[in-house]
Design a binder for this molecule. Structure first.
Ligand SMILES: CC(C)(COP(=O)(O)OP(=O)(O)OC[C@H]1O[C@@H](n2cnc3c(N)ncnc32)[C@H](O)[C@@H]1OP(=O)(O)O)[C@@H](O)C(=O)NCCC(=O)NCCS
Length: 251
């Protein structure tokens, strides 16, 4: 794989090159097409086959093809030749099976992917570690409110109960984007993080018990379509990052 993203060229699907200081976001609607399995590596094909629900299988396939295509364009390589190495902060090597934040060794690119409902999202940047999260606002029997900090819970309490699901999912997408950027994922209690209220511009306000140097984090909400909320977080100097939302890609 070429380590120089500049060698890539925009491909026919309209996937743009990620410029310095930019973080690009692509999304796709889940699609099942058996020929797309050929784009995945052996481990991904195995994981894909493990999903018993065909919608979940299609979503996993779509997210991973989208990630491979967008990275492939940046590096000027065939999507099949892209090598993702998952790295888990919590495990000792070797990890069996491999899991954790996907990385692209030997390249300057940072990657994150997310899938929910029927939507997949991918973020790519060279600025610093990135986390993207998309969440469907599905009707739920109960919201897991214990993932909110006291300040977030107090904000939610001010809203009419009918407004809780979209507000909660807004919180959730922002917090998970940050935890995915740092690679902690849900091994860190999301209640330790406080983000701004659902109607305010996204910002990480506080992270209790967090050792440096994982801040500052640039946090931004993303348009994700009706019934969804999404956010992206980039670790690094927030003022330097320009978030560029790309149009949907048909995988
Ligand atoms: C990663 C996690 C935040 C995903 O949340 P989610 O809303 O269910 O899923 P999303 O669709 O948003 O993201 C899934 C993607 O995040 C990525 N991911 C996995 N672990 C990650 C981590 N620690 N940090 C950042 N990204 C991670 C993967 O690419 C994954 O996609 P894939 O499963 O298709 O390969 C959550 O499931 C988690 O923290 N899991 C790890 C728990 C853990 O560390 N357990 C201990 C293992 S030793």
């Amino acid at each position: 794989m070429s380590p120089d993203p500049a060698v890539g060229d925009a491909d026919s699907a309209g996937i743009a090159l990620v410029g310095p200081g930019e973080c690009h976001i692509w999304s796709a609607e889940a699609r099942w097409a058996p020929e797309l399995l050929d784009v995945l590596d052996e481990r991904e094909r195995e994981r894909c086959a493990q999903f018993r629900h065909e919608g979940a299988r299609a979503l996993y396939l779509t997210a991973h093809v989208l990630a491979r295509r967008t990275v492939g364009v940046q590096l000027g390589v065939d999507p099949r030749d892209v090598v993702f190495v998952p790295v888990c902060k919590n495990c000792r090597r070797p990890q069996d099976p491999p899991h954790g934040k996907p990385t692209l060794p030997g390249t300057p690119l940072e990657l994150s992917l997310s899938h929910s409902g029927t939507r997949a999202m991918v973020a790519l940047t060279t600025v610093g570690p990135v986390g993207v999260d998309i969440e469907e606002i599905a009707a739920r029997a109960g919201l897991p409110l214990d993932v909110l900090s006291a300040a977030e819970r107090a904000e939610l309490d001010r809203l009419p109960e009918a407004a809780w699901p979209p507000a909660f999912i807004r919180y959730w997408a922002r917090k998970e984007a940050v935890l995915k950027a740092t690679g902690d994922g849900l091994m860190v209690d999301p209640a330790l993080l406080t983000v701004t209220g659902p109607d305010a511009p996204a910002r990480l306000v506080e992270w209790r018990e967090r050792p440096e140097p994982h801040l500052p984090v640039r946090l931004e909400d993303l348009a994700a379509g009706d019934g969804y909320r999404a956010a992206v977080a980039v670790v690094g100097d927030g003022d330097r990052v320009q978030v560029v939302r790309q149009s949907d890609v048909r995988v």
